[in-house]
Design a protein around this ligand. Structure first.
Ligand code: F6P
Length: 531
């Protein structure tokens, strides 16, 4: 990229080569207030990033040169932002409670979305109240949710994060992978007569989900005969495929092609969430995301949390060669949050193809990884403090303690703040007289941001997810790529179709490279049928 702002930032980066982040704090007691922001009850402290007023101004100029504001308006007005599939991306409409019509191709899709939400609510109330009885008249006790990628990560992560808001005796079991042991463990523990199965698949073609769905359907029919299908619920953008599978129309919840899988937790894909925490809490979850939508749509860039996060990410990736980003929530409830963001960020922006044609010459999405603190301090933080790579970190943490466990929370907070301070400052020159001084040296100068929120409520979690969704969108715009398609995952699916028959029929793997052929042959010789 060779825009004016990009070139200015390259020059600015060189001017900072010998300036440490800690130096930026020296003599400036206002740095925290200068480089932190509050929105939706969330505090975003980015003062430990390698950022200056001048650098921020140049990053904002980069956003302006990319016409980011126009793209944001296009996103929220339903324009085609997914060029290769010629679709808008309307996940923000899923959580917009206002009655204002939202016409797409002559349809008011806002009205359709609100009708769909009402249907979802009726289903949730019927199951949670015990009104929905199984085929033999028994109350439902367990829900199996089948799905993978965006059809699993959202519901699974949110159910874990909001388990404190569980207001039902229903047990919800998530199965995403085609790992027979996982599915067998769940099925062996449940009674088909009191179990419903949600089949979550936007395309209703994903092999993993369909394989598991066939197995669960047979398991239900083994006990319930032809009535087994009454225990199936489908959530998909292809209701005809769901009906052909055997799901009755009344049990199918449709969502739309203009909702990307990794942006679908706000739709009927969120059914397990609503079953767990109830519809009002689910609506609060939507409301938190809607508030972040309004903030992203309206706040000037210098006070716009997703935009600032996006620009600081670009600063670290494209100008300081940091190609991974660690997401470290100091909250066990957010244990799956890094996994969720892996799909959101890496499937959205893990691309080299330019939005319309050709390839970009700059880096794009970082590798997203992470885990909960304090545990990371006893696992991978060593590398972040003394390793050869600079790895920026997003720390996330609640300010409120779980009642009665204030001592734990104080230690959790002290630990998180200590990590970001140690990453930024290091330990100076250490102890020169110590012969092990080099081994003990932490060079510091590692950037991080800290997000603080009062408590992990449905509203806050909705805001946090939307914050990252819009950060990803803003980065995609500036990088000049399409954040809403995912052609890269199709190639693997193509090879599955070719390799699967060799394994199933134990036929010799012809026209395969010698590694794949050798592995297939080894598998064929070493398939053990009995555990
Ligand atoms: O990974 C590819 C992908 O298409 C994701 O985008 C999607 O969330 C996942 O597979 C599951 O797809 P589906 O919901 O159609 O089963």
């Amino acid at each position: 990229m060779s825009t004016n702002a990009w070139n200015d930032l390259l020059i600015h980066q060189k001017s900072l080569l010998h300036v440490k982040i800690a130096d930026l704090f020296a003599g400036n007691s206002e740095r925290f207030s200068q480089f932190s922001l509050q929105a939706n009850g969330i505090l975003y402290d980015y003062s430990k990033q390698r950022i200056t007023v001048e650098g921020l101004a140049k990053l904002i100029q980069l956003a302006d040169e990319a016409r980011l504001q126009e793209h944001i308006s296009a996103l929220f007005s339903g324009k085609v932002v997914n060029f290769s599939e010629q679709r808008p991306a309307l996940h923000s409409v899923l959580r917009d409670p206002t009655p204002t019509p939202f016409p797409i191709n002559g349809h008011d899709i806002k009205h359709e979305i609100h009708i769909s939400l009402k249907r979802l609510e009726q289903c949730v109330e019927r199951i949670r109240s015990g009104e929905w009885l199984g085929a033999t008249g028994s109350k439902i006790t367990d829900i199996i949710s089948l799905g993978i990628g965006g059809s699993d990560l959202g519901p699974s992560m949110v159910c874990q994060a909001l388990n404190a808001y569980k207001t039902t005796n229903l047990n919800i079991h998530f199965i995403s992978n085609v790992d027979g042991l996982s599915l067998a463990t769940v099925l062996n523990a449940l009674d088909p007569i009191t179990t419903l199965c949600i089949i979550n698949s936007k395309t209703f073609t994903t092999p993993e989900t369909l394989q598991n769905a066939k197995t669960v359907k047979a398991w239900l029919q083994q006990s319930l005969g032809s009535k087994g299908c009454a225990h199936l619920i489908g959530v998909t953008a292809h209701p005809n495929s769901a009906q052909e599978f055997g799901i009755v129309a009344d049990n199918i919840f449709e969502f739309w092609d203009f909702i990307g899988g990794r942006y679908s937790v706000w739709s009927s894909v969120g059914l397990p969430i609503a079953l767990l925490i109830g519809m009002q809490n689910f609506k609060d979850f939507l409301a938190g995301a809607h508030e972040m939508d309004r903030h992203f749509h309206n706040a000037p860039f210098l006070e716009n949390m997703p935009v600032l996060m996006a620009l600081l990410g670009i600063w670290n990736i494209n100008f300081w060669d940091c190609h991974t980003l660690a997401i470290i929530p100091y909250a066990d409830g957010l244990k799956q949050f890094p996994d969720y963001l892996q799909q959101l960020e890496m499937e959205s922006n893990g691309k080299k193809a330019a939005e319309k044609t050709g390839f970009v010459e700059h880096h794009t999405a970082p590798v997203i990884w992470g885990g909960v603190g304090c545990n990371g301090q006893h696992a991978y933080m060593q590398l972040l403090h003394q390793g050869t790579q600079i790895i920026p970190v997003d720390f996330l943490m609640a300010t409120e303690a779980y009642p009665g466990f204030e001592a734990q929370h104080t230690l959790l907070v002290a630990s998180c703040l200590s990590q970001s301070k140690a990453l930024m400052e290091g330990n100076g020159h250490g102890i020169q007289s110590d012969p092990l001084n080099d081994a003990k040296r932490c060079l510091g100068d590692r950037p991080s941001s800290t997000l603080l929120y009062p408590k992990l409520t449905p509203f806050v979690l909705g805001s946090l997810i939307a914050l990252y969704e819009h950060k990803v969108f803003a980065q995609g715009v500036i990088w000049g790529i399409n954040s809403f398609d995912q052609w890269g995952v199709e190639l693997g699916k193509k090879w599955v179709k070719k390799i699967y028959p060799y394994l199933e029929d134990r036929a010799p793997a012809v026209d395969m490279d010698s590694s794949t052929a050798g592995l297939i042959q080894y598998f064929q010789r070493h398939q053990t049928k009995n555990y």
